[in-house]
Design a protein around this ligand. Structure first.
Ligand code: GLU
Length: 468
C-alpha cells in the first residue's frame, strides 16, 4: 500500500518554524516512500482564520519547495461530509444528542475534581434517546472500559484507559462539527495513512482512534513530534528571534539551508549535518525522529546557510542578489547595474557572505561610481598616509600603461614587480590599494576586485586618494 501523508495547518497566522518542520517531516515521509503528500487548510474557525494567513502558509510551502499532490483541501468546504458522518454515528448508535448546558457540564467536572476523579462529562444523556433540539450537541458514545493503544511513530507505545476519556462533542449546538470529528473524516476521505504532527495533539489521538473504530475505518499510523525550544530551553517564541518561515527568507537565508536545518532539528542520520534535498529524501525514516524537544540554534543555521551560499550556482545567486538589492536601492540606480556585473561580483562574495543580506551589503561597493564610494575613516587614516598615497598614485600610472588583459594573472605580477623595484614588501601596498579601491580593510581578493571593477573604475578610485 502506498503511503499518504498530509500537513493540516490552521490558517490563523504565518507559518512558523515549528509548523514548517512538521510539514517537512510529513513531506519527507511521503517522498522517501514514494507516497503522496497532501495539504489541508483547517479553516473551520471562522473568527481566527484569514485568507492572508492561508496565502502566507502556501507561500512558505512554495518557498521551501514542499510540493503537494492535488488540490489544496479546505476543511470549511467539507461541512456536509462532516455532518453526514455525524449522522451515521447517530444512526448506528455510536453518538447521541445531549441537552446538558455548559453550566451543567462544568458542575459535573467540578464534582469529579472534588471527588478526586478526572473531570469529565458524566454521560447523563447517553441513554436518554434525545433527538435534535435547540442548544443540543451531539456527543460520541465512547466505550466505558478497555484501553485504546497505539504505537506512536515517535513516542512509542501509548495507551489510555477509555474510562478516562470524555464523551467528546462531535457537533456543537450551532451545528458546526468539532476538530476531532472533522480531522478524522477528512483524513479518512483523503486516504491519509500516516499522520505526523506536533505533540500538542497527542491527547487527541486516542479519541480520534475511537472515532475511526466507530466508523469501521482503518486507523492510520500516528507520530507526534516534540516542540522546538529556544536556547534557554523554553518554548520557542518571538523573544528568541524570528518565528515565521518568511522572516528567514527576508533575513537572506536560502530555502535549502532552512530545509536542511529544520530536518536536522529533531531528526538525525548518523552524525551527518549537511543534506541535499535528494539525500534527505533518500535517508529519511521516522525511526530516527527524536523524542525530546530540539533546541533552535541560529548560529548553526547561519553556518549551514554559509555552506549553501558557497555551493549555490552563481547565476541563481546573482538573480537573488538583484532581488535583495531592490529591497533597499533606488530602482533607477539599480536599473543601471548590469546583470553581468552582479554575476561577476557574486563568486567573489560567495565564500564571504553568510546570508543574501550580507551579500547585498558587501556588493554595494562594486556598484557605485568612484565619487560615491563610502570610506571607513579609520582605514583611511591608517593606510592612506602621504607616503602610501604616492605609492597608490604611482601604481595607478603603471596600471594605466598596462596594455594586456585586466585580469588577476596579469595584475598580480605587475604589482609584484612594482614593489620589487622599490624594495618593498607586497603587503606594504596591498592594504592602501584595498582601502582606496573598496573603502575598507576587508574585501575580496585585491586582483579579482580590480578585474570586476574594470580598468577605468580602478583608475578613478586610485586617483581619488588625493581627495581623501
Ligand atoms: N490544524 C491543526 C493545527 O494546526 C493540526 C491538525 C492535525 O495535524 O491533525 O494544529
Amino acid at each position: 500500500m502506498s503511503i499518504v501523508t498530509r500537513f493540516a495547518p490552521s490558517p490563523t497566522g504565518f507559518l512558523h518554524i515549528g509548523g514548517a518542520r512538521t510539514a517537512l517531516f510529513s513531506w519527507l515521509l511521503a517522498r522517501s516512500k514514494g507516497g503522496k503528500f497532501l495539504l489541508r487548510i483547517e479553516d473551520t474557525d471562522r473568527e481566527r482564520s484569514t485568507p492572508e494567513a492561508t496565502e502566507a502558509i502556501l507561500q512558505s510551502m512554495r518557498w521551501l519547495e514542499l510540493d503537494w499532490e492535488g488540490e489544496t483541501v479546505f476543511q470549511s468546504a467539507r461541512a456536509d461530509a462532516h455532518n453526514a458522518a455525524i449522522d451515521r454515528l447517530l444512526e448506528t448508535g455510536r453518538a447521541y444528542w445531549c441537552s446538558c448546558s455548559s453550566e451543567e457540564v462544568e458542575a459535573m467536572r467540578e464534582k469529579a475534581r472534588a471527588e478526586g476523579r478526572k473531570p469529565k462529562y458524566d454521560g447523563r444523556c447517553r441513554e436518554r434517546g434525545l433527538g435534535p433540539g435547540e442548544g443540543r450537541v451531539v456527543r460520541f458514545k465512547g466505550p466505558l472500559d478497555g484501553t485504546t493503544a497505539y504505537k506512536d511513530m515517535v513516542k512509542g507505545s501509548i495507551a489510555v484507559d477509555n474510562a478516562e476519556l470524555d464523551d467528546m462533542i462531535l457537533r456543537r449546538s450551532d451545528g458546526s462539527p468539532t476538530y476531532n470529528l472533522a480531522v478524522v473524516v477528512d483524513d479518512h476521505d483523503m486516504g491519509v495513512t500516516h499522520v505526523l504532527r506536533g505533540d500538542d495533539h497527542v491527547a487527541n489521538t486516542p479519541k480520534q482512534i475511537l472515532l475511526y473504530q466507530a466508523f469501521g475505518w482503518p486507523v492510520p499510523e500516528f507520530g507526534h513530534v516534540p516542540m522546538i525550544l529556544g536556547p534557554d530551553k523554553k518554548k520557542l517564541s518571538k523573544r528568541h528571534g524570528a518565528l515565521s518561515v518568511m522572516e528567514y527568507e527576508k533575513m537572506g537565508y536560502l530555502p535549502e539551508a532552512v530545509m536542511n536545518y529544520l530536518a536536522r532539528l529533531g531528526w538525525s542520520h548518523g552524525d551527518q549535518e549537511i543534506f541535499s534535498r535528494q539525500e534527505l529524501v533518500a535517508c529519511f525514516s521516522t525511526a530516527n525522529l527524536g523524542n525530546s524537544p530540539a533546541v533552535f540554534d541560529t548560529q548553526k543555521l547561519e553556518w549551514l546557510n554559509g555552506h549553501y551560499m558557497k555551493q549555490a550556482e552563481p547565476g541563481r545567486l546573482a538573480a537573488l542578489l538583484r532581488e535583495f538589492l531592490s529591497r533597499e536601492m533606488d530602482p533607477a540606480e539599480l536599473e543601471d547595474v548590469p546583470q553581468a556585473l552582479l554575476l561577476a561580483v557574486t563568486p567573489l562574495l560567495q565564500p564571504r557572505a553568510r546570508t543574501l543580506v550580507e551579500m547585498a551589503e558587501m556588493s554595494r561597493m562594486f556598484l557605485v561610481d568612484a565619487p560615491y564610494l563610502a570610506f571607513d575613516e579609520k582605514a583611511v587614516a591608517q593606510h592612506l598616509t602621504e607616503a602610501n598615497t604616492t605609492l597608490v598614485l604611482e601604481f595607478a600610472d603603471v596600471l594605466e600603461a598596462h596594455q594586456g588583459a585586466f585580469v588577476e594573472e596579469d595584475l598580480e605580477p605587475l604589482a609584484q614587480a612594482f614593489m620589487a623595484a622599490r624594495n618593498l614588501k607586497f603587503k606594504a601596498v596591498a592594504q592602501p590599494l584595498r582601502v582606496a579601491l573598496t573603502g575598507r580593510t576587508v574585501s575580496p581578493g585585491l586582483f579579482e576586485t580590480m578585474r570586476v571593477l574594470g580598468k577605468e573604475q580602478v583608475l578613478k578610485r586610485l586617483r581619488r586618494v588625493t581627495e581623501l
